[in-house]
Design a protein around this ligand. Structure first.
Ligand SMILES: [Zn+2]
Length: 301
């Protein structure tokens, strides 16, 4: 999995910081998660082709998480897109976007498909042979979902030395990777486990922004490889976090600890703080493996 953070600050775009937007490359999918203002500029800066994005997941309809979406959708039209674009987000997103397109008489010339969400329970919203995506209901000031992206188990890996030893024709390689045993010309059977290695363990990424600290969240993101959890505030402003339905770095770390995740990535920082290192220091007192998202930063997991 490869994560590019296009923006990870709260509230408003500023000279040096962007609101939330990130690109997750997972099992050949290029997925846009949230689309704050500045998303298009950052995509270009990172040389991520717009046309590779077929699925966009929007957490909620606060402006700092989706005001970049109408522009992105319009640009796709100008770039001559012809394939489907799927947008997942809270009920109302379709009306908001289509009104803007209608007023500007700028309907897309490609299929734009909205998948509006209303459930407060976890639901599977996308699945193919490569990945699955489920919602993670969050508790924020408006209806909000995080998203859990999971790789599917891949094919078995060919043990080249073993297949060559048995003189197996390349025509059978695909069957072998699919787990089949092989019958040799002399009638003996070679079990698949002699010809292959286990595929890599599928990875998972949970995106959780924005949300108040919620103890029950740990169950929903249990043992994921990477948890991105918002940390708008530090513990010294815990009262503001509670009031605005956001979380602190310490609370994010508590969720990571309770869920026994491998890595915690923090983001959605309030710009009131001089240094984001303070978030890492605070979270590290609760959970050991903390990384800081920052605009332009990339991660390989
Ligand atoms: Zn919000």
């Amino acid at each position: 999995m490869h994560l590019t953070v296009l923006g990870c600050y709260a509230a408003t775009p500023r000279t040096l910081t962007n609101p939330t937007s990130q690109v997750l490359e997972i099992n050949n999918h290029v997925i846009l998660i949230d689309c704050g203002e500045g998303t298009q500029v950052e995509l270009r800066r990172h040389k991520i082709k717009f046309s590779r994005i077929n699925h966009i997941f929007i957490s909620h309809l606060h402006g700092d998480h989706f005001f970049g979406l109408p522009g992105f959708i319009s640009t796709m039209r100008l770039l001559g897109r012809d394939k489907e674009l799927h947008v997942y987000g809270p009920k109302g997103i379709k009306g908001a976007i289509t009104l803007l397109l209608k007023l500007g008489d700028s309907w897309t010339n490609y299929p734009l498909l909205f998948h509006e969400l209303t459930s407060k329970e976890t639901e599977l919203i996308f699945e193919d042979d490569k990945i699955s995506v489920s919602t993670i209901p969050l508790d924020h000031r408006v209806y909000t979902n995080g998203y859990l992206f999971k790789e599917k188990l891949g094919k078995r890996k060919l043990n080249v030395a073993a297949v060559e030893k048995y003189g197996i024709d390349k025509a059978y390689y695909n069957n072998i990777k699919n787990g089949r045993d092989i019958t040799l010309d002399n009638g003996s059977i070679v079990p698949n486990k002699e010809l292959t290695y286990d595929p890599p363990k599928p990875k998972s990424y949970a995106f959780c922004s924005d949300t108040i600290y919620d103890e029950s969240l740990a169950d929903k993101v249990k043992e994921v490889d990477v948890l991105y959890h918002e940390s708008t505030f530090l513990d010294s402003e815990a009262h503001l976090a509670a009031k605005t339905k956001h979380a602190t770095a310490k609370q994010a770390a508590q969720v990571a600890k309770d869920a026994n995740v491998k890595t915690l990535v923090l983001g959605h920082y309030s710009t009131r703080y001089k240094s984001i290192e303070l978030f890492k220091e605070e979270a590290s007192t609760v959970f050991p493996n903390v990384l800081l998202a920052d605009d332009g930063k990339t991660f390989d997991f």
